[in-house]
Design a protein around this ligand. Structure first.
Ligand code: ZN
Length: 595
């Protein structure tokens, strides 16, 4: 019998091994437990069962096997997770890929081919290579980061990819070309998005290239002659099916191991900051693209999930943004979210007008090391800024501290830390400590809410992950079994059951899922080919799905109850209480059936 790759991987990698490569696991007798990486907790409620190859958290009910763990921890999709674990277990995947490649698969492939094309071009272009070396990059660094180049012509990349038999649709969907619509006599055509640029590939945490950032190459003659003057210094890939702009951390594929080992991360802004930081020996640095720290809601959600990933790797972070005003603002925003996540946040004190790349290039790697070593706690950093800007004006100092320092104190986890910093602020500013305490208590609700907001986003992300994960697997099984000769599962009945649970959302969800049908089928096949437990696992998955939806209903009903209780309308209250009890009973029934 052929073993599925999943079975092979599980044979070679134990749950204990995988989990403890990410977080510290305590072993007491036969019990393996850890502090849960998926919610913020002080005592360990995350348990590992080596016999079953699973984990379960009693705090947030996260649970699953090595695949769910890596997927949720690293924020990867199933294929990315499979790639990582297969590499780690030394299991070959290629022979299994008999299905037609899915769209995402083709996009990864075209990105990989483009990366190699850009690398070839760089090696042929001494001016571009010279530019990178003049910025302090060594040949090895250029190779490690797979930096490339494309000359300033309209269709270099497009022509190359066409020769390699990639379709226009895929090349365009990957964001590599722009389309010219047919007009009059001329037919439709394509031209390269990136021209005359040094190319930095951006990878996800499993190392697949998902986007590019192209830096304009000013030494290029055509630019000097005025042809391309008003172009942006950096041009990034647009949103594509494999790249969501602000949800990615540059360098995470290389930095995640070193972050775990050193137990801290360094967050910088630009690609060159990151690359030179790695070259200087700080391989625990990751970079955020500027947009991911801007102030709107989506950006915030992305920042929470980016910083959440970093937090799971290590609780200590050093922010190394530019010393100018924009850099200080970015530091405050990222720092506030990181504090709200319960992280220990320090700031690297860069000279004004310097970013890490400038510093390393001008003053050497040791200068950067010293700055990291002397980094200050975020609150001290902010306090220093306020004191410097407000000079001796005490009223101004007081106001500024209340507005731009105390909200950060509010976000601190422990009351010991809180009083430590209140004392520090008092010592430096001369404001009595009880006045500061009063101000802290009277902070605007808006300033207080951030912590709650970050917790809500984290919670929502986690629930979304769990629900989506279960649903994806169930639909994958249904889509897959529909197409096999001797199905084990009655797909019509399964779909009908799913429909009853999803209710009004069903149609919308199915349409979305069908767009990714190939990926869903692939996953189900990899997991369940020749798996005797398919039927049993399908039932379990379905019950889990039902439970997730019932829990959601419970939350909703509890909120409704709280509202109605204020009205003191006895009939209404007893009505909602009944609804509440019905849901509780259903959940109990589900749990009893599992036993
Ligand atoms: Zn948990």
């Amino acid at each position: 019998m052929i073993n599925s790759p999943v079975a092979k991987i599980k044979e070679r990698l134990t749950i204990e091994e995988v989990v403890s490569s990410y977080i510290a696991v305590e072993k007491k007798g036969n019990t393996l437990k850890a502090k849960c990486p998926f919610h913020n907790e002080k005592t360990a409620s995350f348990f590992i069962s080596p016999e079953r190859g699973t984990y379960h958290c009693f705090g947030c009910s996260a649970g699953g096997d090595i695949f769910t763990f890596v997927e949720e921890f690293e924020g990867l999709d199933f294929k990315g997770t499979l790639k990582l674990l297969a590499e780690r277990a030394g299991v070959q995947l290629s022979s299994f890929n008999k299905e037609e490649e899915s769209e995402k698969e083709r996009l990864y492939s075209v990105m990989e081919a483009s990366t190699n094309f850009f690398i070839d071009n760089l090696n042929k272009n001494t001016a571009a290579l010279g530019y990178l070396k003049s910025r302090g990059l060594t040949g090895k660094t250029i190779q490690d980061f797979r930096i490339g180049f494309v000359s300033n012509e309209w269709r270099r990349l497009h022509d190359y990819l066409k020769k390699k038999k990639y379709s226009d649709t895929d090349i365009e969907k990957a964001g590599l070309v722009k389309k010219i619509e047919a007009k009059g006599n001329s037919s439709e055509g394509f031209y390269d998005r990136f021209r005359g640029r040094v190319m930095f590939p951006i990878s996800d945490s499993s190392g697949r290239v998902i986007a590019f950032s192209g830096r304009i190459f000013e030494d290029d003659l055509s630019i000097n002659s005025g042809q391309v003057i008003n172009q942006a210094k950096y041009l990034n890939s647009p949103e594509t099916p494999i790249f969501s702009k602000s949800s990615v951390l540059y360098g995470i594929d290389k930095a995640k191991g070193p972050i775990r080992k050193s137990n801290f991360s360094i967050l910088v802004e630009g690609q060159l900051d990151l690359i030179l930081s790695h070259q200087a020996g700080f391989r625990n640095a990751v970079a955020t693209s500027g947009t991911s720290l801007s102030d709107n809601t989506t950006a915030k959600e992305n920042a929470v999930s980016n910083l959440g990933l970093i937090r799971r790797l290590a609780n200590n972070i050093v922010l190394g943004f530019d010393g100018d005003e924009a850099g200080v603002n970015a530091t405050s925003r990222a720092g506030k979210i990181a504090l709200s996540l319960g992280m220990d946040v320090k700031v690297a004190m860069l000279p004004e007008g310097y970013d890490p790349a400038d510093l390393i290039m001008k003053d050497g790697a040791d200068a950067w090391k010293l700055v990291i070593k002397n980094s200050k706690h975020l609150i001290e950093f902010l306090l220093e800024k306020v004191l410097k800007n407000s000079k001796q004006d005490m009223r101004k100092v007081g106001r500024q501290i209340k507005e731009s320092v105390l909200p950060f104190v509010y976000d601190l986890e422990s009351s010991i830390e809180k009083s430590f910093f209140l004392k520090k602020i008092s010592d430096f500013s001369g404001i009595p400590i009880n006045a500061l305490q009063d101000d802290l208590n009277n902070l605007d609700q808006g300033l207080k809410n951030e912590k709650q907001e970050v917790e809500n986003i984290t919670e929502a992300n986690r629930e979304m992950f769990r629900k989506d994960y279960i649903l994806r697997k169930l639909l994958g099984i249904a889509f897959w079994q529909e197409g096999v000769k001797n199905p084990v599962i009655e797909t019509d009945a399964l779909m009908q059951n799913i429909k009853e649970v999803l209710n009004a959302n069903y149609d919308h969800i199915i349409i979305k899922a069908k767009e990714k049908k190939e990926d869903y089928i692939f996953e189900a096949e990899v997991f369940y080919t020749n798996n005797d437990l398919l039927e049993k696992e399908t039932t379990e998955l379905f019950n889990n799905l039902k439970e997730e939806y019932l829990k959601e209903e419970l939350v909703y009903t509890t909120k409704k109850l709280a509202q109605i209780e204020e009205s003191k309308d006895v009939d209404k209250i007893s009505q909602v209480l009944k609804e509440y009890q019905v849901i509780i009973n259903k959940i109990e029934d589900l749990k009893n059936n599992e036993k």
